[in-house]
Design a protein around this ligand. Structure first.
Ligand code: ADP
Ligand code: DP6
Ligand code: CO
Length: 376
């Protein structure tokens, strides 16, 4: 009996211009565009295996070894249903055409076998996913998680589809996941269409455009956050006046400014906008009723350290040389150029030696270069 199984990994991405707010909660359409850097797959990643079998009685999911419910009509169910629909439309309805060689990742024999199974989309799937970093702790596990999910199903179904199509589906699992289908510097354009077909990720520049860009991951806490991104941003949309100002008058200019900074490899400008946007995102969380606090005292102390580092750097005429950013959690990501990595790591370790509040998850720091594409 043939086995229909595929495994794929996807890296996290950490936003410089933050997505926070949905205009459509079902399709996951955002209230503003966003921009992120995809980290190196060697460091923070989700790895997902999908298997289809005629004997399976329902779709099932295991996350980090523990079975999770797949809620009817929920995001996981939507992504699986969309991938099955694509399999039917792109492969099975077209048979008995010649099988196509559709995936660079696949050995040809497997591709032939998969494309020639006429009923694969009707089989239930079992999916197992592992994160090699803390889940739901503000390190973008939902981004790598749903990107790995759609990538593994795309391989299982031998789909001849582009990263851009997969980004539309990953977006319906978790908004930030649409950006993890590309490497390098990636924008999620909010789009205007009610059906969401123009709300997708586009690569602004590949990793090779700015190979010296590095990200230092400071794990302040690996605890699960108290307020998930989904419920936090919904509350912000419902209660924050500052969010409306941000959407209308702040983000559009910042998207333009950071894209220009990336194109011209202007680190000072990149850092200025990145830190300002992290600050405003956390201000918007605080402006929510009841308020949401994602950062803690250690997070704020790391901000103070980077501010001081940049003050000295600017005094020397070198401009800003480090940029902190925090997602919905207390863990810091510090962007800097390769030449400064050693100095910054030494500085942070000096001021934050192994102490309560710092969890040594994969070494105190994961150092990640940004990387190329997950799916070609
Ligand atoms: P984070 O800051 O880690 O992205 P979120 O609150 O956005 O936190 O999302 C966390 C949720 O994402 C988890 O509770 C789980 O439902 C989902 N998730 C995380 N990792 C995976 C994965 N590898 N595969 C599928 N879903 C995942
Ligand atoms: C602060 O993509 O996790 O990390 O779409 O509800 O799953 P859902 O939310 P999610 O939100 C990410 C918020 C952020 C900023 C960002 O990644 O742009
Ligand atoms: Co998330």
């Amino acid at each position: 009996m043939a086995q229909f199984q595929a495994t794929a990994s996807a890296p996290v991405n950490i936003a410089c211009i933050k997505y926070w707010g949905k205009r459509d909660t079902k399709l996951i359409l955002p209230t503003n565009s966003s921009l992120s850097v995809t980290l190196d797959q060697d460091h923070l990643r989700s790895t997902t295996t999908s298997r289809a079998d005629p004997s399976f009685e329902k779709d099932r999911l295991w996350l980090n070894g523990k079975e999770e419910d797949i809620k009817d009509g929920g995001r996981m169910a939507t992504c699986i249903a969309e991938m099955k629909r694509l399999r039917k439309q792109e492969v099975e309805d077209k048979q008995p055409n010649e099988p196509q060689v559709v995936s660079l990742f696949f050995v040809t024999y497997l591709t032939l076998k998969l494309t020639s199974c006429p009923k694969l989309s009707s089989y239930h799937v079992h999916i197992a996913s592992y994160n090699n970093f803390p889940t739901a702790a503000g390190l973008a596990s939902s981004a790598s998680g749903f990107a790995a999910l759609v990538s593994s199903l795309a391989q299982l179904y031998a789909l001849p589809v582009s990263p851009s199509t997969l980004s539309l589906i990953a977006r319906q699992g978790s908004g930030s996941a649409c950006r993890s289908l590309y490497g390098g510097f990636v924008a999620w354009e909010q789009g205007t269409r009610p059906d969401g077909q123009d709300s997708l990720a586009v690569q602004i520049a590949p990793q090779s455009h700015w190979p010296d860009m590095h990200a230092l991951i400071c794990v302040v806490s690996d605890d699960k956050k108290g307020t998930s991104s989904t419920s936090g941003m919904q509350r912000t949309v419902e209660t924050s006046a500052l969010l409306q100002h941000r959407i209308a008058h702040v983000v559009p200019q910042r998207m333009a400014a950071i894209s220009a900074a990336i194109k011209s490899r202007d680190f000072d400008a990149f850092a200025k906008v990145t830190m300002a946007d992290s600050n405003q995102f956390h201000a918007v969380a605080l402006d929510t009723e009841p308020p949401i606090f994602y950062m803690n005292d250690v997070s704020r102390a790391i901000i103070a350290l980077i501010v001081e580092y940049n003050r000295v750097s600017m005094e020397k005429g070198l401009g800003r040389r480090a940029a902190y950013t925090y997602d919905a959690g207390p863990n810091a990501v510090i962007y800097t150029l390769k030449e400064n990595v050693k100095e910054i790591v030494e500085l942070v370790v000096k001021y934050f030696p192994q102490r309560d509040g710092f969890k040594d998850v994969f070494g105190l720091f994961g150092e990640a270069g940004v990387q190329g594409k997950v799916v070609e």
